[in-house]
Design a protein. Structure first.
Length: 393
């Protein structure tokens, strides 16, 4: 925990991270999962809705931030590697702790069992993978490659190699009805072999309604998750270099903010075009984090950052985005708080109250609850910001 930002920050990136946090609160906390507007739902398996962009936006922002925060380690790769592994493992540990919260079974599985037996059963059925775990794995893979390869061309080559290797693994080891399907992907088989069926997600269902053991944050997807992070790293590095050159020569028009935002926009268009071409053979699938999804989500991440860079750095509308800047300064705290609040409210029986049921009637009341929840998270982060408390790993 820090009492003030330790370094100069890129405002547009903080705002993008804050916008992502705000949208996460909305899509993850509806009043009723049965009443959600279509754009606020995840795509069933293939395709991509705005909701499916929340997760990769986080990874993209992490990559951008890495380009700024690790600049001080230039020429000291061993220090950078140590920092990458410590931070990545810390993120994974926080994710596991969130899965374990509240750290004991609130209600016994079998009332005739002892507390120890119920506790052992509870531990034996905790999910191991999760959002932060995927971010941590991707952070380690992507960070090591970024520090090792250094040059943008080499990093782009690493993205191509990772995406190709991941796709080949799916194709070569997948089974019927297809390597990119829920039933036939090899990612599920790898996770089951590593942790068993009691420690994975069970929210995906077959056409007949039966649940599966597919975990959307499984281990294999960390390869393409690292690709998303590296796309962010490349954009962050470009922004940082342009800023340094502009400081040395303010008359250099090639590094003006408007040029930088246009450059990011062009890269976004190339990424989206590549995604659409790849989607001819490789479906855009968030659960699989497919290669086409990497470039599709990465393209939209760049597009959003380009727009914010134009509005904030060129047009000077920073004050309009201050609430999201506040949220972007404590992204980890927002993620943890939102999970802790939801789990605590569930275990305390809040979701069975008449007050809460008022927000389960239709899509409008469901959205109203999500907005209220997001506002509560904002107030908590505003308090931390006002006290200059910034929680980072």
């Amino acid at each position: 925990m820090e009492n003030a930002p330790a370094k100069k920050r890129y405002l547009s990136l903080d705002v993008l991270r804050g916008l992502t946090i705000a949208f996460m609160c909305v899509v993850n906390n509806p009043g009723s999962w049965s009443h959600i507007f279509p754009p606020l739902r995840h795509a069933a398996w293939t395709g991509c809705t705005p909701t499916d962009l929340v997760y990769p936006f986080f990874l993209f922002c992490s990559g951008c931030a890495m380009a700024f925060s690790f600049a001080k380690y230039y020429g000291h790769p061993s220090q950078a590697m140590g920092k990458i592994f410590r931070r990545g493992l810390a993120i994974i540990l926080v994710g596991i702790l969130i899965n374990l919260f509240p750290f004991f079974p609130v209600s016994p599985h079998d009332p005739t069992w002892t507390f120890g037996q119920n506790y052992a059963y509870w531990l034996g059925h905790r999910r191991i993978f999760g959002v932060l775990q995927r971010i941590g794995v991707s952070y380690i893979i992507g960070g090591v490659l970024a520090v090792w390869l250094k040059k943008p061309a080499r990093i782009m080559g690493a993205i191509a190699v990772l995406a190709t290797a991941y796709t080949l693994i799916l194709v070569l080891f997948g089974s019927a009805p297809g390597p990119f399907t829920l039933e036939g992907n090899v990612s599920m088989k790898i996770d089951l072999a590593l942790v068993g069926p009691d420690h994975v997600y069970h929210g995906y269902h077959l056409p007949d309604g039966s649940p599966t053991n597919f975990d959307p944050e499984g281990l294999l997807g960390g390869m393409t998750g690292a690709c998303t992070l590296l796309l962010g790293y490349l954009i962050g590095s470009m922004i940082r270099r342009s800023g340094k050159r502009l400081e040395k020569d303010p008359s250099d028009g090639s590094n003006q903010p408007v040029v930088v935002s246009c450059r990011i926009f062009v890269y976004a268009c190339f990424s989206l075009a590549l995604a659409m071409i790849l989607s001819i053979w490789i479906p855009i699938s968030k659960p699989l984090w497919s290669a086409s999804y990497v470039f599709y989500a990465g393209g939209w991440s760049m597009m959003a950052l380009a727009l914010l860079a134009y509005l904030i750095d060129v047009r000077g509308h920073a004050k309009l985005f201050q609430p999201f800047n506040i949220m972007g300064h404590n992204a980890l705290a927002a993620f943890v708080l939102s999970d802790v609040i939801v789990v605590s409210a569930r275990d305390l029986g809040f979701y069975s109250t008449g007050f809460y049921h008022m927000f389960t009637l239709n899509e409008y009341t469901s959205l109203a609850w999500a907005l209220i929840f997001g506002f509560v998270i904002f107030l908590l982060l505003w308090f931390l910001y006002s006290k200059k408390i910034f929680i980072r790993l």
